[in-house]
Design a protein around this ligand. Structure first.
Ligand SMILES: NC(=O)c1ccc[n+]([C@@H]2O[C@H](COP(=O)([O-])OP(=O)(O)OC[C@H]3O[C@@H](n4cnc5c(N)ncnc54)[C@H](O)[C@@H]3O)[C@@H](O)[C@H]2O)c1
Length: 261
């Protein structure tokens, strides 16, 4: 039997990158998905690709009501909610704290924390009651930047640490009803956006340079694609993970075994 047969999943940021790859993998394993994203073009493509297996909602994760509407639609369409995947996010482009003006620092903080951190709070809050009914689970997309410096600048790194704190506290508070876990991808070839206040302070990097840099930084020498991470999400979402909560699966080419050299 398919790993997620009949599971109803609510996922944010599914119109592109890692969220899109997870959507595809979950559909293949028998799930139906409700996807919230701000990109109408991306959502239209997703709908074309997956038809009745997904319903798409255009909205912003910083707005609690968008999540509440998405959860209501998931339950109306599929009768229940089994899994919430918090994934939509933005990047700071490795902007250096010392070179950014105080105004840009403050604006960047408001925008990036609103999306990366409050977006996860909002989605968790909106889905908690329905997940309690099904004994479901939440999965947060975090990052190697949630453990180590130099996976981004201060805004991104601090936001990823905050997501891990939220995940661990929720795993504690929501047990025994709901499992809460995370996947920490390493550098991945996606279109992850740098927020506008920091754009004047960062260099744009072409894909070839990005690929080389990602490869050189992890021991397995992999320039990861979104599809490389889906196995971790499939496991955590499935009933095979019924004893796992408060955990983070790193899918990063082995960043933790870089050694001292
Ligand atoms: N790409 C990497 O190297 C990498 C590494 C580790 C973790 N991650 C994390 O993976 C997650 C997905 O990023 P990705 O790399 O696939 O990037 P991506 O840009 O391809 O996908 C992000 C999606 O989120 C959506 N989104 C952004 N802001 C939104 C908002 N305010 N409201 C609704 N939707 C919004 C975008 O439209 C997009 O479809 C993020 O949490 C990111 O931090 C990425």
């Amino acid at each position: 039997m398919a790993q997620l047969s009949g599971k109803s999943v609510y996922l944010t940021g599914g119109a592109s990158g890692i969220g899109k790859a997870v959507t595809e993998a979950f559909v293949k394993e028998g799930a139906v998905l409700t996807v919230l994203d701000k990109s109408i073009a991306g959502l239209n493509q997703l709908k074309q690709q997956f038809g009745d297996s997904v319903q798409c909602i255009e909205g912003d994760v910083t707005n609690y009501q968008a999540h509440a509407d998405a959860v209501r639609l998931a339950v109306e369409a599929y009768g229940k909610l089994d899994v919430f995947v918090a994934n939509a996010g933005v990047f700071d482009g490795f902007a250096k704290f010392q070179t950014v003006t105080p105004e840009a620092m403050s604006n960047a903080y408001d925008i990036l924390f609103d999306i990366n951190v409050k977006g996860y709070f909002n989605g968790a809050k909106a889905s908690v009651e329905e997940l309690k009914k099904t004994g479901g689970n939440m999965i947060f997309t975090v990052s190697g930047a949630g453990f180590y410096p130099d996976g981004g600048g201060v805004w991104y790194t601090a936001s990823k640490h905050a997501q891990i704190g939220l995940m661990r506290q929720l795993a504690f508070e929501l047990a025994p009803d709901i499992r809460v876990n995370a996947v920490a991808p390493g550098g991945t070839l996606t279109a992850l956006n740098v927020i506008s206040p920091l754009q004047p302070f960062v260099k744009t990097v072409d894909n070839e340079t990005k690929e080389k840099s990602i490869k050189s930084r992890n021991p397995l020498r992999i320039a990861m694609s979104s599809e490389d991470h889906v196995g971790a999400y499939l496991l955590l979402a499935s009933d095979n993970a019924r004893a796992i909560t408060g955990e983070i699966i790193s899918s990063d080419g082995g960043l933790s075994v870089r050694g001292l050299g």
